[in-house]
Design a protein around this ligand. Structure first.
Ligand code: TRP
Ligand code: ZN
Length: 467
């Protein structure tokens, strides 16, 4: 959901799934005019087709049935949304390799077409601006991952025993229809049925596990707003553990192949979360944990909301990185992909903080090591806040130059102001979206300093900044 609607979120998500159809009368404006089509994209230059205009999704209720042996998925997506313009038709992001079987809007049959990564829905009658509605999409097929501009894979990534489901930056469209740009956050409920030899793990709180006739249904409730790229439904032969540890609900799923190395994995979370809470402010979600899969072919971890996914047992720095993203990236989310350093630079800086806290390496030593990169190195040619295109989203400058930027800011304004800035960033934009300009403005406001020169050199100009 978009930030302007955040205050009404509680009322919004309690809408019945199938509201009574509005009765059109002669005075109903929707009956008198036809509205205009919603935009097919959210306007992000890195992924122009991602997201859609004309409506704001508030809640996704996804019922998925998956058969790992055939790779077949059968899904029903019930999406509660609100029209932000008078809407004659609207798009959802869904790859066309999945077949849509039916669409209804507020219980009435709607017409639809599929092409590329767009599902275009035309309701029987235009939706008035500001009006809440529910769209139900029945679909099925064999999901496959996508290959990203940088050559990595994301989406529904099959493993030997199930699915490694990581969706940054564009994988969500490979398995469910939605408004998949990160500026449209929503609450989610996942009801996933798999053979009982498998476990389905998603975001949020496990609310039910129901075995029936050789299959088991897992229900996960994700009650805080979430961007689509942070959703996961990962499936495999997992050992599931769900317990309260030091005031946290820690839910973990571990591939039995890694059970030995992962012993104690749940207990590793509270110390990191408590330390980060002490400096960033309260942990923003109702549960935590992680998914440890054996997926050497994937190679990267992802900060999936509440419950990161790892392709191996994470090191202490990787664990700290993904948990720091829960504040920076997941609760506070960028407005455009170009601002990805607000995720990765912050999570990298949090790794440095955690290592310092553990006594492994000081933050200053981490900075010095990164800054020692020779001025001629390619590394310095990419400005932190303008990586140049989607192929560079996860390149070193976004991470390391991003973290260095924060350290330079800290040295400039002092520890008190610096940590006040981090807390204000997490607090003021909780569950929302914010961009680099907002971070600069906040830093100047909290510190009372003019910081243009510093941010210009570190965020926007190519070349190695001097100290
Ligand atoms: N956001 C992830 C992290 O840093 C990294 C990531 C997501 C990634 N998608 C990727 C890295 C694709 C390489 C390729 O925690
Ligand atoms: Zn990261």
């Amino acid at each position: 959901m978009k930030r302007l609607l955040a205050l009404t979120a509680a009322a919004f998500i309690s809408l019945p799934l199938t509201p009574a159809p509005a009765i059109a009368t002669a005075t109903d404006p929707a009956a008198l005019s036809h509205g205009t089509p919603g935009a097919p994209g959210a306007g992000d230059p890195y992924f122009p087709d991602q997201g859609n205009g004309g409506y704001d999704a508030g809640h996704y209720d996804l019922s998925l049935d998956y058969e790992p042996s055939s790779g077949r998925l059968t899904g029903v997506a019930r999406i509660s949304a609100r029209a932000t313009q008078e809407l004659s038709r609207f798009n959802l992001d869904l790859v066309s390799t999945l077949s849509v079987r039916s669409v209804t809007v507020d219980g009435r049959t709607a017409s639809y077409t599929q092409g590329g990564s767009e599902l275009v829905v035309t309701p029987a009658r235009a939706l008035g601006a500001g009006r809440g509605f529910t769209v139900v999409i029945r679909y099925d097929g064999r999901p496959v991952h996508v290959v990203d501009p940088d050559g990595s894979v994301d989406g529904w990534i099959k493993t030997s025993d199930g699915v490694y489901n990581a969706n940054e930056p564009q994988g969500a469209m490979t398995w469910f229809p939605g408004n998949h740009h990160m500026t449209d956050k929503a609450t989610h409920r996942f009801t996933v049925t798999v053979p009982s030899t498998r476990v389905a793990v998603a975001n949020g709180d496990l609310v039910a596990k129901v075995p029936k006739g050789g299959r088991t249904t897992y229900v996960w409730d994700s009650r805080e707003p979430m961007a689509s790229y942070l959703a996961t439904v990962s499936i495999g032969k997992f050992e599931l553990a769900d317990s309260r540890i030091g005031g946290h609900r820690v839910t973990t799923a571990v591939d039995p192949k890694l059970a030995g190395d992962a012993a104690g994995f749940p207990d590793r979370h509270p110390p990191v979360l408590d330390y980060f809470s002490s400096i960033f402010g309260p942990y923003p979600f109702s549960s935590t944990g992680g998914i440890v899969d054996h997926a050497p072919e994937v190679g990267y971890a992802l900060e999936t909301q509440t419950r990161p996914i790892y392709p191996r047992v994470p090191s202490e720095s990787l664990l700290a990185h993904e948990l720091a993203h829960q504040w920076f990236g997941n609760s506070v989310t960028p407005t455009l992909w170009r601002d990805i350093w607000l995720n990765e630079g912050f999570a990298t800086y949090a790794e440095w903080l955690w290592a310092d806290k553990l006594g492994t390496r000081t933050v200053q030593a981490a900075f010095d090591q990164a800054y020692a990169t020779a001025a001629e190195d390619e590394f310095w040619q990419t400005p932190t806040a303008d990586p140049g295109g989607p192929e560079n989203l996860f390149h070193d400058p976004v991470y390391d130059r991003g973290a260095m930027t924060l350290h330079v800011l800290r040295r400039e304004v002092g520890d008190d102001a610096f940590f006040a800035i981090l807390r204000a960033w997490a607090g003021e934009h909780k569950y929302g979206n914010a961009d680099t300009a907002a971070f600069i403005a906040l830093s100047e406001r909290v510190s009372g300093r003019q910081l243009d020169a510093l941010f210009d050199a570190w965020l926007f100009k190519p070349g190695k900044p001097s100290l």
